[in-house]
Design a protein around this ligand. Sequence first.
Ligand SMILES: Nc1ncnc2c1ncn2[C@@H]1O[C@H](COP(=O)(O)OP(=O)(O)OP(=O)(O)O)[C@@H](O)[C@H]1O
Ligand SMILES: [Mg+2]
Length: 262
Amino acid sequence: MTKVPKKIVIRELKNSFGSKQVLSGLNLDVFEGESLVIIGASGTGKSVLMKNIVGILRPNSGSIKIDGEECVNVTNNVREKISRKLGMLFQGAALFDSLRLWENVAFGLISLKISGREEARLKAIDHLKKVGLSETDADRYPSEISAGAQKRVGLARAIATNPEILFFDEPTTGIDPIMGEIVDGLIVSSVRSLGATALTITHDMDSARRIGDRIAMLYGGKIVWIGKTEEIDSSRDGFIQQFINGQVDGPMAGLITENSSV
Ligand SMILES: Nc1ncnc2c1ncn2[C@@H]1O[C@H](COP(=O)(O)OP(=O)(O)OP(=O)(O)O)[C@@H](O)[C@H]1O
Ligand SMILES: [Mg+2]
């Protein structure tokens, strides 16, 4: 059997804000072509982890390698080269309110100088169609469409540059279960058609099961469990049991008080 290369390797990653240590020496390997889902309670640092990987936040220490290349404390040139490999759907879609939908989708194509404006518009419309929106929708603004449609536009924006690695932060939060299933299906098909590596954050277990080849659980600034999606239900791990059954009592009992300052 050929060995699958590691796409992302994270070692001893630490990130704190003031006295609050959010990531406390996190280690994680993401294999090329896999879809890894990160679960964990609110405020445990899932978004912070993703922002560290995509370079929006800088860790205090530790290493993040993508394709074997260090991403922490690198020059702008290296950062830009890495950014070209990445596509991201932000928590809450985070579209640019003042830009039309096609301009949102075309943003990476234009800013990374992959396409000129006209070509970028055509590509953006193509991507909007892939996620079920029409050419007439392309000229609308984010405030004119529903939350579910905004997620789909965010997804179209994430895949527009044909990235090697896709990040999805809470893709189904704030939308109804049916739209959630549609968005999950779009994620799975986009990842497959791009042959991309995907990292998704969610606290929606149905979504995690649909999207993930493997699931990792974040708690206390570290990955406390990682395994294949089909292994999660039979796992006897206390963290996993408590999380998937939504129990107040368990190893994460201190959670509510720990995060009450959020
Ligand atoms: N830029 C920042 N400055 C200061 N504190 C921050 C910053 N970003 C995140 N935090 C803090 O880090 C902690 C983790 O936040 P994060 O957004 O990563 O949680 P999360 O796991 O994504 O939660 P949720 O499931 O609610 O999205 C929180 O206590 C948050 O207040
Ligand atoms: Mg978050």
